[in-house]
Design a protein around this ligand. Structure first.
Ligand code: NAD
Length: 718
């Protein structure tokens, strides 16, 4: 690549330069070291000219200004020492500082996503004009990677929008819309994308006359006008809020708060120095490495076509039919509508159809900013949603997704009825959570177009989708299902057919071990607390209640049928079911959910039922044992799933668990975490548990890894 090829210099007017970011062969502009050096070179060149009065910085990408620093460079430098990180921060701060150090005025003309380092660059400019483009957003999401803005972001944002607003944006990592940016003073103007450069030119001409930008520069090098009492109040409230949100598991937001508060009462230069020092301590920590891994997992997923090699090109799907308008069907229909597909929603029961269709419209017309229904949106989407009880009206869609009750015969009947009348290229999919895809497709004439597309509940929130290949699913069908799921904003992982597919197969041992712990006399709240302390979003006992004790029991039967040698069946679940303790949906399960206030307490009847089966061992059961007994069976199952080729890559296991069950992102994923522990230690942890049964026996894969001192990620194709 030629040296100056990432940024183009042009002159929209003789005395106004424009630096346009346009990284060749990349969808996004990224601030890698070479790109930043290129920017530095241009600033040197422009500084030598005394005829320049203004510099505009924009992007040639259609919906991205600058998407931040190069995370791959971060990942490769996890081992660097604090001094090196400090120097990198100072270098970036100085580079962006040069954007307001010359006599010319700099304007960032922002169209599309502007985040992380991109925002820090924009903050270095004297002015920011943003476009009305629907993708335009400005944010500093660094805390989501376990760090904070270290190229001047904490110092320059707080001086621009006020300390309180900066604390909110930086510690939450959430982006703001163009309108919000304008309200905050982060944007100086909002215009349509095509007017960005003309607006920037007018602004430069205007300020050439007033010189206002020079006054602003003088102001922003000073401490922030805030008194000690206000500062103390802001610090106390923000810190309490952050601690509640992060449960002490994510250190970056608190570190960011400390830096922001510390930088407020001193001049900008001292604040920049402190920002770099603080950042040096955060960078490369285990949480930072884990969160970067999660980011890389998602990035990898975006590039994965779902099939090996070049593979066939996925087809573009423009219309979808959903059969079954229940919890899942309505969520799937809404996801399709929101991403621009036309949707036909079908249910055999007219009342269920009506309920489902109105749930869909409620969801798609909800406006997050106003937190209310947007009537215009409701009208728009109502015109794209067709509800019907007739099967014939589904036939014109590019894809048909079945989400009726979990019954093999019923599902097969539906597919057989459809297939007779369907065009050959229509994709047929099932959202089943347990039924084998190969079996569902058994009587089909064209099983190659059949695939499992397993969404998670609630569809609106859960990013994971398992694309399940049956024995005859073609590469084209799998690749099309993957592209389709990505189009819905999901992370699809391709898995082979098998009991519980991937995610439920791994979740089951975690939940099942909880029933064994209950039988050992361990208190349910203690089990849940240890799981959440590890980082799980919910303890396994509470999870039983949420999923439904009956649903969990039937899913468990599938696992027992498949793996009887290592699956223990607890009498607790059937006893609860017999006594109508079915979980949250009925108000009672393990816990009593009737009381709306406070945390649910164990249900007295559930305690009574459990007590009948308790056979407490003589030894004390430590917190460590409980944690190991919950997490290690999940890990062992992952090694078996990998061995059997259920997933194509260890990284898919981690993506699946983080986005399918909320495995703690600050641990980077199950296998990433296991790699940080090491196979030898894992085997040592399993050793004392083996007397409990062969479900704790180390697998061949783990033994081999301990012997060769290798890691799960060594098995990845990346
Ligand atoms: P649900 O009971 O809420 O909805 C099922 C709907 O199917 C009902 O409205 C019912 O009237 C309709 N239906 C029944 N027979 C029909 C037929 N012949 N034609 C058209 N409609 C018919 O069920 P759900 O929870 O949405 O689950 C649906 C599917 O999704 C199941 O296969 C389930 O295993 C799977 N799934 C569920 C979850 C979950 O958490 N609920 C998660 C992932 C996958």
């Amino acid at each position: 690549m030629a040296p100056n090829s990432n940024i183009k210099l042009s002159f929209p007017e003789q005395d106004i330069a424009c630096l346009t970011f346009d990284l060749p062969d990349k969808g996004a502009n990224i601030l890698s070291r070479p790109v930043m050096e290129e920017l530095a070179g241009y600033l040197d060149t422009l500084a030598q000219r005394d005829d320049i009065v203004g510099v505009i910085i924009d992007s040639a990408k259609p919906s991205i200004f600058i998407a931040g620093a190069d995370i791959n460079e971060f990942a490769a430098s996890m081992e660097v020492d604090e001094k090196r990180t400090y120097e990198m921060c100072r270098w970036g701060q100085d580079l962006f500082g040069r954007l307001h150090a010359n006599k010319w005025l700099t304007v960032a003309a922002i169209n599309g996503t502007c985040v992380g380092g991109g925002t820090e660059l924009a903050l270095g400019c004297d002015r920011r004009i943003v476009s009305t483009h629907e993708k335009t957003e400005i944010g500093l999401p660094e805390v989501k990677l376990g760090i904070y803005p270290g190229w001047g972001g904490t110092v320059r944002l707080s001086r621009l929008v006020g300390l309180g607003n900066a604390v909110k944006m930086i510690t939450s990592g959430e982006s703001v819309s163009p309108q919000k940016a304008l309200e905050l003073g982060l944007a100086d103007d909002v215009v349509p994308a095509e007017k960005l450069v003309p607006a920037a030119i007018s602004m430069i001409r205007e300020e050439q006359k007033t010189g206002q930008y020079l006054n602003d520069r003088a102001q922003r090098i000073k401490p922030i006008a805030i008194n000690e009492t206000e500062l103390g109040f802001l610090g106390a409230t923000a810190s309490a809020y952050i601690q509640q949100q992060t449960k002490g598991q994510y250190p970056a937001p608190l570190a960011a708060l400390e830096t922001l508060l510390g930088g407020a009462m001193v001049d900008a230069q001292s604040a920049l120095e402190a920002e770099a020092q603080g950042m040096a301590k955060l960078f490369g920590t285990p949480v930072n490495a884990a969160l970067i891994n999660v980011f890389l997992l998602t990035d990898r997923n975006k590039k994965d076509s779902g099939v090996e090699g070049e593979g066939p090109k996925p087809r573009k799907l423009e219309s979808a039919s959903v059969i079954g308008a229940g919890i899942m069907g309505s969520g799937i229909a809404a996801a399709n509508l929101k991403r621009g597909l036309t949707v036909t929603l079908n249910d055999a029961n007219p009342e269920a159809l009506q309920r489902g269709a109105s749930a869909v419209l409620d969801e798609v017309s909800f406006d997050k900013e106003t937190r209310s229904k947007n009537v215009e949106r409701a009208i728009h989407y109502a015109g794209r949603l067709h509800s019907t009880t007739s099967g014939d009206e589904l036939l014109g869609s590019d894809i048909i997704i079945e989400a009726v009750v979990e019954n093999l015969e019923l599902k097969r009947k539906i597919f057989a009825g459809l297939e007779e009348k369907l065009p050959a290229e229509t994709i047929l999919a099932s959202n089943t959570s347990t039924l084998p895809i190969t079996k569902l497709a058994e009587n089909l004439k064209h099983p190659e177009r059949f695939v499992g597309i397993h969404f998670f509940n609630p569809v609106r929130k859960m990013k994971l989708v398992e694309v399940i290949r049956g024995e005859h699913t073609s590469d084209e069908t799998a690749a099309t299902a993957v592209a389709y799921a990505k189009g819905l904003g999901k992370f699809p992982i391709v898995v082979n057919d098998g009991p519980g597919f991937l995610v439920n197969r791994l979740l089951f041992p975690y939940m099942n071990e909880a029933t064994q712990l209950l039988q050992d006399g361990v208190d349910m709240k203690r089990i849940d607390k240890i799981a959440t302390k590890f980082g799980m979003p919910m303890g396994p006992v509470a999870l039983y209640d949420m999923v439904g004790i009956d649903t969990s029991f039937y899913a468990g039967r599938t696992m027992y049928d498949a793996f009887p040698e290592r699956t223990l069946v607890s009498p607790i679940l059937p006893a609860l079911i017999k006594n109508e303790r079915l979980g949250t949906k009925k108000g009672y399960g393990f816990y009593n959910h009737e009381k709306k206030k406070g945390r649910p307490e164990p249900d007295p009847m559930a305690l009574e039922l459990i007590a009948k089966y308790v056979e407490a061992p003589e030894r004390e059961i430590t917190d460590e044992e409980i944690q190991h007994r919950l997490i290690l069976p999940m890990l062992l199952e992952a090694t078996r799933a990998l061995d059997e080729g259920v997933v194509r890559d260890p990284r898919d296991v981690d993506l699946g668990l983080v986005f399918g069950i909320g495995f703690p992102p600050f641990k980077g994923g199950l296998l990433f975490w296991a790699d940080t522990v090491g196979a030898k230690t894992l085997i040592e942890w399993l050793q004392p548990l083996q007397e409990l049964g062969n479900r704790f026996a180390p697998t061949e894969m783990l033994l081999e890894m301990a012997k060769t001192d290798s890691k799960f990620y060594d098995r990845s194709s990346d």
